[in-house]
Design a protein around this ligand. Structure first.
Ligand code: NAI
Length: 338
């Protein structure tokens, strides 16, 4: 009797002990980890209990960032890698690759102005991903996302490793902004607010669907127009406020960490993980499009349609298509020409 009780207590203890450390081993790498986004993003990923190995890669500066972050007493083991000859090691065995590598905007620049530098960086990093961790989920932060995601897709296709379910353009910051601005205007608790943001990640291609926002608010057409514009120009607001010292880094690190966490939860089998992301899509006639997606063990498990749109949103959707189409084509052309 006593033995049976003891056995049951022990098994309960061990099952409790097991469940607290049961999160599977997951290796996450940040490419561009020493940058404005990379550093706070590395910090936030170090705080994520779903990460067991955190690999920090940049062309320079990563040993310092890694030494610093590694002293934090959380689960993951941190290693810094600097320079191209260490890129393979940084990527090997990765489950999730987060890419904030590349130059940010200065006042007066569009995201497309970054194309010439960032396209090449993304292409070379994608080539390495195809070689060293072809099955990893890729979270693309580097701008212009509307072109860098198609570039990565083309590189993966050429390498024979493309899995459309595993390539994501990170548009979470647009959602974060839309929620914040909506909650501020409606004077509701931001934690309860949901706003889908669809399209792409640049200017008018960012289309927040405030008609589907919850909780509902009684906004005038003018209010909706102003909220939409502020969401679309949110990045520029930060670029101008930083006056030449870069673009959004802290809010982007938060958004990037949120999206990576959603990907990890999906991989670990948590049900109903839904986020907006720029993915291969049949929602419109464009080959890539941001909309709500359900994340799971294979990456994208389901791409949701747009739902019902207001007339204002329908106009916005038609207006964004030519720009988004040309940015996608520009990326595809670059990947295949060089
Ligand atoms: P940053 O200049 O502060 O940092 C970029 C880092 O990338 C630097 O540490 C640099 O050494 C590194 N890097 C450059 N070439 C590399 C390579 N080949 N491999 C690895 N690392 C490399 O720039 P910041 O502010 O961190 O922005 C990074 C990117 O994120 C920019 O393209 C920016 O436009 C984009 N961004 C995207 C947002 C989004 O919502 N998706 C929001 C804000 C920025």
């Amino acid at each position: 009797m006593r033995t049976a009780m003891l056995r049951s207590m022990l098994s309960r203890r061990s099952s409790r002990g097991f469940s607290s450390s049961a999160a599977p081993e997951r290796k996450v790498v940040v490419l561009g980890a020493a940058g404005g986004i990379g550093q706070p993003l590395s910090l936030l990923m170090k705080l994520n209990p779903l990460v067991s190995t955190l690999s920090l890669y940049d062309i320079v500066g990563t040993p310092g960032v890694a030494a610093d972050v590694s002293h934090i007493n959380t689960r993951s083991k941190v290693t810094g890698y600097a320079g191209e000859d260490q890129l393979g090691k940084a990527l090997e065995g990765c489950d999730v690759v987060i890419i904030p590598a590349g130059v940010p905007r200065k006042p007066g620049m569009t995201r497309d102005d970054l194309f010439n530098i960032n396209a090449g960086i993304v292409k070379s990093l994608s080539t390495a991903i195809a070689k060293y961790c072809p099955h990893a989920i890729v979270n693309m932060i580097s701008n212009p996302v509307n072109s860098t995601v198609p570039i990565a897709a083309e590189v993966f296709k050429k390498a024979g490793t493309y899995d459309e379910k595993k390539l994501f353009g990170v548009t979470t910051l647009d959602v974060v902004r839309a929620k914040t601005f909506y909650a501020g205007k409606a004077n509701v608790n931001v934690a309860e607010v949901n706003v889908p943001v669809v399209g792409g990640h640049a200017g008018i291609t960012i289309l927040p669907l405030f008609s589907q926002a919850t909780p509902t608010a009684n906004f005038s057409a003018e209010d909706i127009k102003a909220l939409t514009k502020r969401t679309q120009d949110g990045g520029t607001e930060v670029v101008e406020a930083k006056a030449g010292k870069g673009s959004a880094t802290l809010s982007m690190a938060y958004a990037g960490a949120l999206f990576a966490d959603a990907c990890l939860k999906g991989l670990n089998g948590v049900p109903d993980v839904v986020e907006c992301s720029f993915v291969q899509s049949t929602v419109t006639e464009l080959p890539f499009f941001a909309s709500k997606v359900r994340l799971g063990k294979n990456g994208v498990e389901e791409v949701f349609g747009l739902g019902s749109l207001s007339d204002f949103e329908k106009e916005g959707l038609e207006a964004l298509k030519p720009e988004l189409k040309s940015s996608i084509e520009k990326g595809i052309k670059f990947a295949n020409a060089n």
